[in-house]
Design a protein around this ligand. Structure first.
Ligand SMILES: O=C(CO)[C@H](O)[C@H](O)COP(=O)(O)O
Ligand SMILES: [Fe+2]
Length: 225
């Protein structure tokens, strides 16, 4: 597994120039495109659907697209996003009636599957699922908006999930989403995360490469046990 992945959230990109923005952030050193899908039902905001995902593929984007579904219900959108070019699809388990079935649908569609836990969602949603997941995504803000502050108690939660991942004996990525910045990414990595979503921290700066480089320099200093 590549040690650390940086996944800019296009939520904070200039959406009128989305193709160029994604091209630019990948050229600046990003690994994965984080694609936030909000439905104004599960979360109080509305973003983009599968047509925008396929538009990015048609534009020529070849990097992995990490689709974060903040929707309820979940299942109908899985094959639509897989057909639109998604590489990874995650969903919030409390938004799915049959979590195992949703994970199966993601795998059958040829994508990696992840469960997303909100700041107050208990870890028991991971019970009986660690042998099936490719990644766990911990929310470090309440879902629905970019630009919120990192909730510090997420660090303890990351450590607990990391223990579960170690106990599973499997290669499961631990993704963090919300309020990730240059000045906290090292502590987040030390708590166990290996994939970092960052929206406003990258897209609100004029030079994406300098932010991503600064994040990588911080990650290089992380003490991992
Ligand atoms: O899922 C999300 C919000 O629900 C976004 O991915 C997240 O908030 C990223 O934005 P920022 O880095 O600005 O916090
Ligand atoms: Fe997200």
């Amino acid at each position: 597994m590549q040690p650390y992945l940086i996944a800019p959230s296009i939520l904070s990109a200039d959406l009128a120039r989305l193709g160029e923005e994604v091209e630019k952030v990948l050229a600046a050193g990003a690994d994965v495109v984080h694609f936030d899908v909000m439905d104004n039902h599960y979360v109080p905001n509305l973003t983009f659907g599968p047509m925008i995902c396929s538009a990015l593929r048609n534009y020529g984007v070849q990097a992995d697209i990490d689709v974060h579904l903040m929707v309820q219900p979940v299942d109908d959108l899985i094959s639509m996003f897989a057909d639109a070019g998604a590489s990874m699809i995650s969903f919030h388990p409390e938004a799915s009636l049959h979590v195992d079935r949703s994970v199966q649908l993601i795998h059958q569609a040829g994508c990696k599957a992840g469960l997303v836990l909100n700041p107050a969602t208990p870890l028991h949603y991971l019970d009986h699922m660690m042998d099936k997941l490719d990644y766990v995504l911990l929310m470090s803000v309440n879902p629905g908006f970019g630009g919120q502050a990192f909730i510090p108690s997420t660090l303890d939660k990351l450590r607990l999930v990391k223990e579960r991942i170690k106990a599973s004996g499997r290669e499961i990525r631990l993704e963090i989403d919300g309020g990730v910045k240059v000045d906290n990414i090292r502590a987040i990595a030390e708590a166990g995360a290996d994939m970092f979503v960052a929206g406003s921290a990258i897209f609100n700066q004029p030079d994406y490469a300098s932010v991503i480089d600064a994040m990588r320099q911080e990650l290089a200093k992380a003490n991992i046990k």
